[in-house]
Design a protein around this ligand. Structure first.
Ligand code: AHR
Length: 605
């Protein structure tokens, strides 16, 4: 085989190619990147949000009830009212809070009544892992914020925050942060996760989603709202919580200010994606009322002012109050996520035109709908061209084979219209094989640097105990992180990006499927159909792997060549092994629909 390289035919690789897609999915924010250790700190989990939720979810409390009379403020309306002698213990996320001996933890809470509150860090058995602190309370009966510091004296990953009171007291916004957050920011981010993200040397940070951008109600009074950035800024105790599309309560403690700050801290261009009053995920209500539409358009202009406006402006002054008088330097904005309904074409122009007129310096990103091709895709591209969008956001989650076969996807794209932002993509597993196919695909994006400006793998983060979607780039629990093979690919490419790609041609016979990993056998089945006796068969009919599902999904008995029983999908002789289990179906509520779920298993040499 020989490779011919043309030294005179070079294409510049986009300087912005490698960036991040961040969505609060899989508890990526609360219980994830957001370093808050207390779950349900504001007692706003409600049964209406999720079966099993109640105001004291994640709390074990005696002598405590939930109350709403005369609350902390009108955006944080439920609080805990504790009788004399009451105790409240918060268990955080996962197995509990992770405390490290020698580290400091910042406690704060709002209280009304009593003269003191006793606070201590414990393990799950209630054994103290820090000296207790007694916080004196001004008992004039006004809601007041109190702060204290606790130092852990032992390690635990099942930690608890325990509060006790000898007198009756009302409590709200009970918060505990590690003192050591990423870049030492207050209300900051978990250091280990933020560092892994920073290590990717991202050129941009797209946030806050994904489906959570435009799903839910556009009514500000609803508990399940589309993402309104204004709900997420200002003092944390005044931020509305939200029941999000992925099925859990979002504190919005990690909000728009924190996203902009994080982008700046990791040297990435901020890229907010805002809703245009219609969803591509599920069947949320749409904005059809012109007055309501105008209000959301104005919110979008206000967001640009929040990011870039002078400190004398209304929203620029809030940014300054929150600790960042300098503008954040917003240069681009995404309008909508995966839209394909008629209302998208009706609503989008109002946002686009208003931004163009007021801020011609801002690049506008339209979207291509929900898939990598098809009628919606063509229509959205045509629409984006006609509107004069600068980029189009394409999303696709496909098999490794698709990524290998579509390396030339952009070779023939029109160079005269909007450029491409591959805003979400992943090869559907967290295996080495998928990561390799992504690496191969990235060479195609680099080769098309004159039309592909930006790309981001998705999703970025997943807490292993709260999985809504897989694969994901970084996995974690309350104290550990695991980088996927896809993370390594992103890290490699982003940290070693070239300036140019030289045209090249390979003179060699193409590999046959059986010559490459993943080519020797494949079984795909869906849980909605009968899936007894799943077989992975090679081209010559040999059964490579077989599972009769006799013992159910928890006790799969897999046989390989020679009939030797093997555990799970690993084959003892190492000749073949599973390479992928993929999800394919999502219920309209956004959670995985386990009764209609597609698995794919490959035998790999
Ligand atoms: O990345 C997970 C989801 O996939 C996103 O929320 C959505 O935009 C896409 O469908």
């Amino acid at each position: 085989a020989a490779i011919a390289v043309d030294l005179d035919a070079a294409t510049d690789i986009s300087d912005d190619l490698y960036g991040l897609f961040y969505e609060d999915i899989n508890h990526a924010a609360d219980g994830g990147l957001y370093a808050e250790l207390v779950q349900n700190r504001s007692f706003e989990y409600l049964p209406a949000d999720l079966a099993g939720y109640h105001a004291l979810t994640a709390w074990t409390a005696t002598g405590v009830t939930a109350a709403t009379a005369d609350p902390l403020n009108d955006r944080n309306t439920t609080y805990a009212t504790a009788a004399a002698g009451a105790t409240l213990v918060n268990s955080g996320y996962n197995s509990g809070m992770a405390f490290t001996a020698g580290d400091d933890y910042d406690l704060s809470f709002w209280a009304r009544g009593a003269t003191e509150i006793r606070a201590v860090l414990t393990d799950a058995a209630g054994t103290p892992v820090a000296d207790a602190v007694t916080v004196p309370i001004d008992s004039r009966g006004e809601w007041t914020k109190y702060e204290a510091e606790l130092e852990a004296e032992a390690d635990t990953t099942t930690g608890r925050l325990a509060l006790a009171t000898a007198e009756a007291v009302d409590l709200d916004m009970v918060s505990l942060f590690p003192d050591d957050t990423f870049k030492g920011r207050e209300n900051g981010l978990r250091k280990d996760l933020a560092k892994l993200i920073d290590d990717l040397d991202p050129s941009f940070l797209r946030f806050p989603g994904g489906c959570i951008v435009n799903t839910g109600s556009y009514d500000p009074g609803s508990r399940e709202r589309a993402y309104n950035w204004k709900d997420t800024v200002g003092p944390v105790e005044e931020r509305l919580t939200n029941h999000n599309f992925w099925g859990y309560n979002q504190s919005y403690g990690l909000g728009y200010f924190e996203y902009f700050q994080f982008a700046e801290d990791i040297g990435a261009e901020p890229l907010p994606v805002v809703p245009v009053g219609v969803t591509g995920c599920g069947d949320s209500p749409e904005i059809t009322d012109p007055e309501q539409l105008d209000a959301w358009v104005q919110d979008t202009l206000d967001l640009i002012e929040f990011a870039n406006g002078p400190v004398t402006s209304e929203w620029g002054s809030l940014r300054a109050e929150m600790g960042h008088p300098r503008p954040f330097g917003l240069e681009m904005i995404g309008l909508g996520n995966e839209e394909y309904k008629e209302q998208y074409y009706a609503n989008y122009p109002a946002f686009h035109d208003a931004i163009r007129e007021a801020h011609p310096e801002i690049e506008i990103i339209a979207n291509s709908g929900v898939d990598d091709s098809g009628d919606v895709f063509d229509r959205n591209w045509e629409f984006a061209r006609a509107q004069g969008a600068d980029l189009v956001d394409e999303h696709y989650y496909n098999s490794p084979e698709w990524f290998l076969a579509n390396n030339d996807r952009y070779d023939s794209y029109d160079r005269s219209g909007p450029h491409v932002f591959v805003g979400e993509y992943a090869s559907r597993s967290n295996t080495w094989w998928s990561a390799l196919s992504e690496a191969s695909y990235l060479t195609g994006l680099e080769r098309n640097g004159d039309v592909v400006d930006m790309a981001s793998y998705a999703p970025l983060l997943s807490n292993i105990d709260y999985v809504d979607w897989a694969p994901d780039m970084i996995w974690f629990d309350n104290h550990q992180t695991v980088k996927s093979a896809s993370y390594e690919v992103q890290h490699l490419f982003a940290n070693h990006a070239g300036d140019q790609v030289l045209a090249s041609a390979l003179d060699a016979a193409p590999l046959e499927p059986e010559d490459i990993a993943g080519g020797v056998g494949l079984a795909t089945w869906n849980t909605a159909a009968s899936y007894d006796d799943v077989k992975v068969t090679a081209a010559d009919g040999t059964v490579l792997l077989q599972d009769d599902f006799a013992s159910g999904s928890d006790g799969w008995t897999v046989t390989g060549p020679g009939g030797a029983p093997t555990g799970a999908w690993e084959v003892a002789d190492g000749a073949y092994h599973q390479t992928a289990i993929v999800e394919d179906a999502r219920s309209t509520a956004g959670s995985v629909d386990w009764s209609n779920y597609t698995y794919e298993v490959k035998a790999t040499k």
